[in-house]
Design a protein around this ligand. Structure first.
Ligand SMILES: Cc1cc2nc3c(=O)[nH]c(=O)nc-3n(C[C@H](O)[C@H](O)[C@H](O)COP(=O)(O)O)c2cc1C
Length: 291
């Protein structure tokens, strides 16, 4: 059977299919090699990269609830220098057909830009996804992504240090997510990812938080309708802006909802952690029933 034409051009590059692994749920790829066919993916978004290593939050870091999962990993990552020398060479060498997007975090504008500058001479990076759900220490800890001026400033700052596409990753709790996508685009972003996790708190029967950090971010099936709506709203306001739709995808039909709402690419996070074969199955199902 001939392969269905799932390929698409996004950010000026060809993706062999629309399915990408979501940031933070696939590490830097190595852990998943052998468990899934990484090079069959449309792409992989790395776990966050910060300027300095981060140990992350106290355990437990993950708790399940009926609608999905709550996590407070705390952006744990080995930091720019290690990612550059020990992770990216493996990933960029291993993936031939699948695209690599690097998720970037910072606590100041300069940190975002420094991470990008520190990676930008590596061949094979398709885009940078800016995780804007990160506290801005210079603004009293308000998340970058919650304030239009900060969104604009961080994208403009990053735009000065790279020619590669920049994708702004936005939170589902924004009162006007489409308006923020327009702010991001006007500041120089080439696309947006919607949605990041939803802030939440899970308590045990004694009223004690189930996560070491207290609260966390909810992901998984409960996010699906919020993510699909976010994609639709962004597309209505910014028809020309590529959107990575994600949140709650567990089946090809879920992915189709995102595509029908206007997503160019569809991310899979929690669903792939629960079942590493899921992304491959979704790709095969999309191929079989395409058109
Ligand atoms: C364990 C875990 C770690 C995550 N780490 C990151 C991260 O480092 N950067 C980021 O932008 N999003 C991160 N996310 C958010 C996911 O990329 C995704 O936006 C969210 O989980 C919704 O998709 P899902 O329902 O398919 O998991 C993380 C999610 C989980 C569950």
């Amino acid at each position: 059977m001939a392969l269905a034409p799932l390929a698409r051009d996004v950010f000026g590059v060809r993706f062999q299919n629309p399915i990408v692994l979501a940031s933070g749920t696939a590490g830097y790829g190595r852990e998943l090699d052998g468990v899934m066919e990484l090079d069959r993916l449309g792409g992989l978004v790395t776990k966050a990269v910060s300027l300095q290593p981060r140990v992350g939050n106290a355990p437990p870091r993950v708790a399940e609830f009926r609608g999905g999962m709550l996590n407070s990993v705390g952006l744990a990552n080995p930091g720019l220098a290690h990612v550059r020398t020990a992770e990216m060479p493996w990933l960029l060498g291993r993936l031939r057909a699948a695209r690599v997007l690097v998720n970037v975090v910072g606590f100041t504008l300069e940190e975002y830009a420094a991470v990008i500058e520190g990676l930008d001479d590596l061949d094979g990076i398709t885009a940078y996804e800016l995780n804007l759900s990160c506290p801005n220490t210079a603004a009293g800890g308000i998340e970058f992504g919650a304030d239009p001026a900060s969104v604009s400033a961080v994208i403009a700052r990053c735009r000065r240090v790279t020619k590669r596409p920049l994708v702004a990753k936005l939170s589902p709790v924004l009162p006007d997510i489409a308006g923020m996508a327009v702010v991001a685009r006007d500041a120089g972003a080439d696309g947006v990812s919607v949605v990041n996790t939803l802030p939440g708190l899970a308590l045990d029967p004694h009223g004690v938080p189930r996560l070491g950090n207290g609260n966390g971010g909810a992901s998984g099936p409960a996010l699906l309708p919020a993510g699909v709506l976010a994609v639709r709203r962004v597309r209505e306001r910014a028809a020309d802006l590529p959107v990575i739709g994600l949140g709650g995808v567990r089946s090809a039909d879920d992915a189709r909802q995102y595509l029908a709402a206007g997503a160019s690419l569809v991310g899979i996070g929690t669903g792939g952690m629960a079942d590493p074969r899921l992304p491959g199955r979704i790709i095969r199902d999309l191929e079989r029933r395409h058109g």
